[in-house]
Design a protein around this ligand. Structure first.
Ligand code: CU
Length: 71
């Protein structure tokens, strides 16, 4: 039985539920991601996956949604 990994990030530039949906879809499309939670106001992005994701995977997906990860 594999253990899930949960990590939190911060996304800049999101302003509404549409933004959150875009990020949720892109991150959710990454292999082995099982859960995504996005809060527009704080920019909090919480990702659960069955393996550790690389920072590159996460930042690329956030970019594809049209936003940036806070450094
Ligand atoms: Cu929006």
């Amino acid at each position: 039985m594999s253990e899930n990994t949960t990590r939190s990030y911060r996304v800049t530039g999101m302003t509404c539920a549409h933004c959150a949906n875009a990020v949720t879809q892109e991150i959710g499309a990454l292999p082995d991601v099982t859960d995504v939670h996005v809060e527009v106001v704080s920019g909090a992005l919480t990702v659960t996956s069955t393996r550790p994701l690389t920072d590159d995977e996460v930042s690329t997906a956030v970019h594809e949604a049209g936003y940036d990860l806070a450094s």
